[in-house]
Design a protein. Sequence first.
Length: 148
Amino acid sequence: MEIRCLGRVDIEIDKWKEILNESLQKIEDEESRGMFIKPTASFKLGGNYYVPITDENKPDNSRERCDVILKESREQPQRIGKVKERETLISGLSIDYEMINHIWLHDGKIYLLYRNDYDYEQVRLLILDYIDREKKRFESLKQKFKKK
């Protein structure tokens, strides 16, 4: 029943797609002018990247989905996947499937569970319990080191 908070994430936009879209808009070729590459994003924590995953365990790193998942994580934990290999012009995005159901986003922070067999409600309760224990710990430390 072990759980760890890894820290608060930032959303990182894939700038290369935005630059490519700007370049495509400048092309004079009629056929290429209408092309548009959908902007993508991921959650970044340290040197690692994470993306929302669908119910079918597929990565969904659209910019809109990342924004929605981050917003929804304020209320309920959301499953995310750790990126194994980032998307490039040639290769697609791949996630670490061994970590499915181990990594959750709640209130903008990533939580790592050491087991993957908990259902959604159990994960939610584990995260809330972790937050509660951490809050009590810091209250205790505050009392311990309170200036007289």
